[in-house]
Each structure stands twice: as structure tokens, then as C-alpha cells.
Design a protein around this ligand. Structure first.
Ligand SMILES: [Zn+2]
Length: 147
């Protein structure tokens, strides 16, 4: 598979990113506060228990997912009905000079910033055409419902 309309996807992605960009610092600040609280033992996270996720997350261990949440960077942020949705990007180290890119999608209620739910974990190389070279920016929206 690949992008069905590269120029349109690129344009829509850029518009979407320009609306989202100003929220990314705030989102990463929220994530850092969660990390501080997690280290203090007053925050927690859970894996969403739906079937699709069970299949996908076999590719990564639970400790790798945790590492991505604690060390990665938010590259997409949305807020709807009192709930934040963040997409976290991370490169997990497999061996010396060998890394694997990860995307971890999480949600967090505005009213409960010390609890995070992990909804999806994947290797962005599985849909290479959707991302820029380092997997930090979406450039194809063909398979998303938002378009
Ligand atoms: Zn596309």
C-alpha cells in the first residue's frame, strides 16, 4: 500500500500539524508531570484491553512500552470531551547501534492527569509511507477517518 493522493495528503497533514503544533509543548509538559508523578508512585498506567491491541503489542514487550512512555516525545496531540490523546514517538534500543522505532498512542483524562491508558503500540515502519523519514511527522492521511 501507499498514499493515494500525495499532494492532497501533504497539504492536509501540514494544515493539521500547524493547528496542533502550538499544543505540543503543553502536551509534553503534561507528559513530564505524569512521569514525575509516576516516579513518586502516585501515577499509574494501564493497557487498554481490546483485541486489536493484544495482537499488535506482541511485537513489543511491556517494559519496552513503558520505556517509550517514560522517555519518548509527543508528536501528536488532540483534546476532545475532556480527554487528551497523545501519540508518543520513541526509538527503542535493541542492541549496539540497533534501534527500532515505536509509536505509542495513549489517552489521559483532563480531570485525572495521573492516569494514562495505552491504546495502541506499533512499529511505524509497518506503514512507512504515512510518515516522514524519522517517523515523527504524519504525511499521509489516507487510512485515517479524520480526513
Ligand atoms: Zn495519503
Amino acid at each position: 500500500m501507499n498514499c493515494k493522493n500525495e499532494s492532497r495528503c501533504k497539504q492536509v497533514s501540514e494544515e493539521r500539524f500547524s493547528r496542533m503544533e502550538r499544543h505540543l509543548d503543553t502536551a509534553n509538559n503534561r507528559l513530564n508531570k505524569f512521569r514525575d508523578a509516576y516516579e513518586l508512585g502516585i501515577a499509574d498506567l494501564a493497557f487498554d484491553d481490546h483485541a486489536e491491541f493484544r495482537v499488535l503489542w506482541r511485537a513489543f514487550s511491556e517494559s519496552q512500552v513503558l520505556e517509550a512512555v517514560l522517555k519518548g516525545e509527543i508528536i501528536e496531540s488532540r483534546f476532545k470531551n475532556g480527554e487528551y490523546g497523545f501519540l508518543i514517538w520513541y526509538n527503542i534500543k535493541l542492541a549496539a547501534r540497533q534501534y527500532r522505532p515505536m509509536h505509542v498512542s495513549v489517552t489521559m483524562l483532563e480531570s485525572n492527569p495521573n492516569f494514562m491508558i495505552i491504546t495502541t503500540v506499533y512499529d511505524p515502519r509497518s506503514k512507512e509511507w504515512v510518515w516522514t523519514e524519522n517517523y515523527t511527522r504524519r504525511i499521509c492521511l489516507c487510512d485515517t477517518r479524520e480526513q
